[in-house]
Each structure stands twice: as C-alpha cells, then as structure tokens.
Ligand binder design. Sequence first.
Ligand code: GRG
Length: 283
Amino acid sequence: MISFLENDKEIISKSIEKMLISESSAQDKIVEFMNYSLSGGKMLRGIFVLEFSKMFGFETEEAVPFAVALECIQAYSLIHDDLPCMDNDDTRRGKPSSHIKFGEANAILAGDALLTYAFSAISESKFALKYSDRAIKAVELLAKFAGYRGMVCGQVLDIELSENENSNYDISLIHSLKTIALMKAAAEIGCVISGADEKCISIADKYIEDFGAAFQILDDLSDYKSGKKENSSYVNIYGESKAIADIYSHIANAGSALYEFNTLGYDTGSFAMLLDFLLTKVE
Ligand code: GRG
C-alpha cells in the first residue's frame, strides 16, 4: 500500500500494542484473541480517521484512540462475519479465522470484547477528558453507524438477500449499510474531533459514500472473478461491465468531492491517493 498510509497503519498498530494490554493473567487469553484479529488488515477505517482529522489541522496523536476504536469494530465485524452461522470462512487476512484458531465460542467472545473495547478506547483517552463534547459525539456516531441503524442492519439485509433471491432489497442500500456506514463513521469522527464545520462534514460524506460504493463493488467483482459467485451480488444483478462502469463513476464522483475541498483550500492529496489505490484494483 501507499507509503504514507503504511505510516498511519504503523502508528495505529503501535498504539494498539500499547493500549490493549492484559492487566492480569486472567485476561491473557481474551487479549490474545482480540490482538490476533486486530492484526493483518489494511486499517483503512483507522486511516480515514487520522487523515480527515489531519486535513482539519488536528494532531495525529490525539486522533489515534478513535482510529483504534474503528479498527476494533472492523475486527469484530469480520470475526462474526466469518462464523459458520454467517459466511463460514476459514481464513481471514491470510490466516485462519478466529473461530478456526480459537474455537467458535472464543471467536464470538473476542468479537464482543472488541466491540465493547472500541468505546473504552475513546472514553479512556486523554482527548475525552479535554474535549468531552466532541468525544461524546464520536461515540454517538460510532454506535449509530456500527449498530442497528448501520452495519448490523446491512448484515441482516444481506443475509436475507442471500437466503431469498427475490427479496426486494436494493443492493446499493445493503452496501451503504453493511460497508459504507462504518467508513462514514470513520470520516465523520475524523471531522468532528478536529472541529470541522457542517459543510466540510457533508463534503467528507460525499467522498466516503462514493469511495465506499466503489470499494464494495470492487469486492463483489473480485469475488466474482475468483469463482465465489454467490458472494458477488452486485455482479450477479448488474453484470460485469456495468459493475466496472459503476466503479469508475463512483471514483470520479469521489474525486469531485475532493475538488470541493480544494476550492475551500484543503489539501486532499492523501484522499486522492486512496482513490488511485482503488483504481489499481479495477482490472
Ligand atoms: C457481522 C455485524 C457484522 C457485520 C459484518 C463488515 C461486514 C459486516 C462484513 C464483512 C464481509 C465483507 C468481506 C464485506 C466486503 C467489504 C468489506 C467490508 C471488506 C473488508 O474490509 P477491508 O478490505 O478489510 O478493509 P481489512 O482486512 O483490510 O480490514
């Protein structure tokens, strides 16, 4: 991945090592399970927190606990998504899934612990002491976008769609809840903690909605190409060429949102590079 993103990723990983520690031997196992699933990902959502807050002039160090919180929610959702009762995947991030490595009950518990720790990461931060109003807003956004009004709702609809091809749900709605909601939480939290105004938050939303849509269609396309056709709902519904055209059009729309930021004087280089990263995955 692009070098400055690797730098963000390193900062988040190092902070996880410092923050998520076992305080007594009783906690050793659960902390091991949690750390196992926190490693090996791209940390895109944490990176969004850091890059949006940086764009609005905020210190990376203070934003890190929020980035860690996003990565905890991401790790929990992937553990639960891989369970036999959901997608039943034996591998994740190039290694055995949590339930294969530690057993199903421990995997469920690791997911639960990551979900709850996300909120500790925020509320125990120095930032929360200094700017409690912004920290509470961040908690509100994270709970809203990760929970029944966001990602979990998307997962429920996705399961329904996979069980009933004739279900009426719009695939774009499922993508916006299952995948984009958590990215939106990351973007909005990055903006809110750094004091961005409503206009900037709405431009950030436009960028992230199109980034996330392109990201998820790409994921469906990659499943389709690797033979996992049952996982590639978007391609099954619209076909491969429309899927590719839609990816390009979402990337272009996300670029237009960046232009809006540029006209306000903000440097959007890192966000443009993230779009380039998606472009490299298209064909
Ligand atoms: C189980 C509550 C619950 C939610 C699951 C996130 C999710 C909802 C399902 C994951 C299934 C999946 C593979 C969706 C496709 C898009 C996606 C979110 C991929 C994973 O995100 P990446 O590529 O993963 O950013 P890394 O490993 O880099 O963090």
